[in-house]
Design a protein around this ligand. Structure first.
Ligand code: NAP
Length: 683
């Protein structure tokens, strides 16, 4: 029988030896073997650094984002085939949807994130720092892709999502990846990687795959690499203290098991919408993916007066969970990933039972729909109650990675907060409440211990993404026990794979380095008005200095009439006592409009439209009699792709609009966003 492939050094190879047998979770039938025997991991990591890294790091964020989008579209077009493979892991259709389409959705989200980055291979972080009185010496921060490789060591539960949620981020940052899925379900990751490699959408070396044990993988990590780990806290701690991680100071991001909690608010009595939502959410989190979700609810924290009602309603719901082979119609909960996992979950339940009482699932499973009860990795949902949660702490420490959860009673909100925190750090917590004071108190009281908090109520339930779903643009990770990581979640995730370097020099030099005009930098003569130039012809720093205009009382009156903005400071000279104004002041928006009147070159040309403003400030009052002029400077350029063949080829030009008065002082400053046609319409 063929083994699961490893994609390394530009080719597919099978490891030597017999390999580890991989079996179908529902019936124990052999699927394949996995082996990494004979693979030189040092060579693999080096290949990524030497081949994949240079190819990715020279691409701009926009190019990388478009590449990720192309990959997402490609994988989406063939998604059905992964479902067939996914069923073998014990995952139902819904479980597989989370894994496959959730994973691809992550690629889409990160591809869109490119719009938050410049049209450069590097990123300029934050605002410049003024370091001198005369503004001839400033500081800034530049972030460049690390020159190493992202090593992703993943857990078995989401073989696709686990890979895609991570590589989307490192690819956007310009860093290649070596993915090491958990051996148990690596055949599903492999199925998708085969399509990724075949598509040639990623440059060679951007992605390598190791399916099988990789105990010595970290022996050759280097200081420019980044390691991410998802799995059990024990393995995570062991790997985090690997001598090479320490000696090379390699960033190590860990996402480990966490004892996530969900709280029923003190207002959410039985019969309220929030009570029903709570029961539904807990049931879902217990049974989706057979409870093998790092974000699953392990602790159900409930007002003590409603413990019985929660137990009854939850048990009734769990009763409806049909268990079996996910390929069989009507199955709502599949199998654990393997027999070993069943044993482990049972051991954890036994630990919890030392003090807690099982109130549902004590009889195990009597029948399954399809599958093989003996050879399959089936398990019943198990609901427990821990009545003394302050004394018996196993419930806050022992994670049974399956459909297992424990009800915990509380008396008041302080107790609920304290209990939630006894998990010592979790990926997510949720609270069902329609009382926003409770929501606020819980959030502020416990946010220090969670990576994410969901507040569930009747207003948001319909569109809520749920307790268990990390969102690509929000932090995924959590403090303490959850591993202390947060390398995903929007722009902050991408930065994790980049090196921040402070740069200091003159505004002119820093403008050239960053390709963002820095205030105080020398102006360049554009030769003609900027609005007459096409996208490719414009250069950062090119400036037009306009003619001037004197503001009159009539301007202020007229603008008030046109806009209906009759705020007292513009209209009533007698009302200005105790304000910062000496006279009737011109509307800030008028100054900006008047600036447009000065800097716009009216005739039809390459400028297609103005679509907004960023960072607008009115820095000094303008009174009638003041004379204003504008310095219009090309601040930054962002290339845009054509949406279709007949789309106009164009890019975004950000202009710095500096409005100054007769003293030369700036009175208003803003960045305007324009779309400018390209000379070459074929691009
Ligand atoms: P695990 O046993 O800790 O394994 C995780 C990964 O580490 C696997 O790929 C495993 O490879 C690898 N590994 C183990 N020892 C290694 C070593 N010495 N060197 C290099 N790699 C090594 O965890 P699991 O059983 O797969 O996953 C279940 C756990 O993951 C649960 O506790 C769950 O809470 C946690 N989890 C957390 C998150 C999160 O986001 N926080 C997400 C999912 C799962 P092999 O398979 O080859 O042994």
């Amino acid at each position: 029988m063929n083994k699961v492939g490893n994609y390394i050094l530009g080719q597919w190879t099978e490891g030597a030896g017999d390999g580890t047998p991989l079996v179908d979770a529902s019936n124990g039938q052999l699927i394949s073997y996995a082996s990494t025997e004979g693979i030189d991991f040092g060579q693999v990591l080096d290949y990524s650094r030497k081949k994949g890294n240079p190819a990715l790091r020279k691409m701009t964020f926009q190019e990388r984002g478009r590449m990720i989008k192309a990959l997402a579209l490609h994988l989406f077009s063939m998604k059905d085939k992964y479902y067939t493979v996914s069923y073998q892991t014990g995952a139902t259709k819904i479980d597989s949807w989370i894994d496959i389409e959730g994973g691809i959705g992550n690629l889409f989200a990160n591809a869109s994130l490119r719009k938050k980055f410049p049209d450069q291979p590097y990123y300029i972080d934050g605002e410049h720092a003024p370091l001198s009185k005369g503004n001839t010496f400033i500081g800034h921060h530049i972030m460049v892709p690390k020159e190493g490789v992202a090593v992703h060591i993943n857990a078995f539960n989401f073989p696709i999502w686990g890979m895609l949620e991570k590589i989307a981020v490192n690819l956007l940052a310009g860093v290649p990846a070596v993915v090491k899925p958990a051996t148990l379900t690596s055949y599903l990751t492999e199925a998708m990687v085969r399509d990724i490699i075949k598509s040639k959408i990623l440059p060679e070396g951007a992605l390598q795959l190791i399916c099988g044990s990789a105990r010595t993988l970290l022996d050759s990590v280097e200081s420019q690499d980044v390691v991410t780990f998802t799995g059990s806290a024990d393995t995570g701690r062991m790997l985090k203290s690997h001598p090479r991680i320490i000696s090379e100071a390699v960033p190590f991001n860990m996402e480990a098991d966490s004892l996530n909690s969900s709280i029923l608010g003190l207002d959410a009595a039985p019969g309220t919408a929030e009570f029903d939502l709570f029961i539904k959410e807990v049931r879902k989190e217990m049974t989706v993916k057979c409870g093998q979700k790092c974000t699953a609810i392990r602790r159900i924290i409930v007002p003590e007066k409603w413990v019985e009602e929660v137990q009854l309603q939850l048990s009734a719901q769990l009763q409806k969970t049909t268990i079996g082979d996910p390929r069989v119609e009507g199955v709502r909960m599949g199998a654990l990933a393997g027999k070993e996992q069943v044993k482990e979950v049972q051991e954890r339940i036994a630990e919890l039972r030392k003090t807690a009482k099982v109130v549902y699932g004590d009889n195990g499973i009597l029948k399954v729909l399809g599958g093989d009860l003996e050879k399959g990795a089936f398990i019943s949902p198990v609901l427990l109650i821990e009545e003394k949660p302050f004394e018996n702490t196993a419930v806050h420490e022992v994670e049974a990675f399956g459909p297992v959860s424990t009800i915990i009673p509380y008396k008041n909100l302080d107790e609920a907060i304290q209990l939630a925190k006894m998990g010592k750090g979790s990926l997510v917590s949720s609270i069902a409440t329609y009382d926003n004071n409770i929501a606020r108190e819980y959030t502020l009281g416990s946010a220090s211990h969670h990576g994410r908090i969901l507040i569930l109520n009747r207003d948001c339930a319909k569109e809520s993404t749920g307790h268990g779903s990390p969102m690509p643009l929000l932090v995924h990770g959590g403090p303490g026990r959850a591993g202390g990581g947060e390398e995903m979640g929007g722009v902050r995730g991408v930065k994790h794979y980049m090196q921040r370097c402070a740069i200091q020099g003159s505004p002119t030099t820093l403008s050239e380095i960053t390709q963002q005009y820095q205030v105080g930098g020398k102006y360049k003569d554009p030769g003609q008005h900027l609005f007459r130039k096409h996208f490719e012809e414009l250069e950062v720093g090119e400036t037009v200095i306009t003619h001037k205009r004197t503001i009159t009382e009539a301007d202020i009156v007229n603008f008030g009439n046109v806009s209906w903005d009759h705020f007292y400071a513009h209209t009533d000279e007698t009302s200005l006592d105790g304000t910062i104004f000496e006279k009737r002041v011109a509307h800030g928006y008028f100054i900006l409009s008047a600036a447009a009147g000065l800097f716009v070159d009216a005739a039809k040309g390459p400028v297609l439209l103005n679509y907004g403003l960023e960072e607008c400030r009115f820095t000094k009052p303008v009174y009638a009699g003041a004379t204003i002029g504008v310095r219009l400077t090309v601040k930054e350029k962002v290339d845009q792709e054509k949406r279709s063949e007949d789309d106009i080829a164009k890019g975004i030009v950000k202009y710095l609009v500096d409005v100054y008065d007769e003293t030369g002082e700036t009175v208003a400053i803003a960045t305007i966003l324009t779309m400018v046609k390209k000379l070459d319409q074929s691009q």
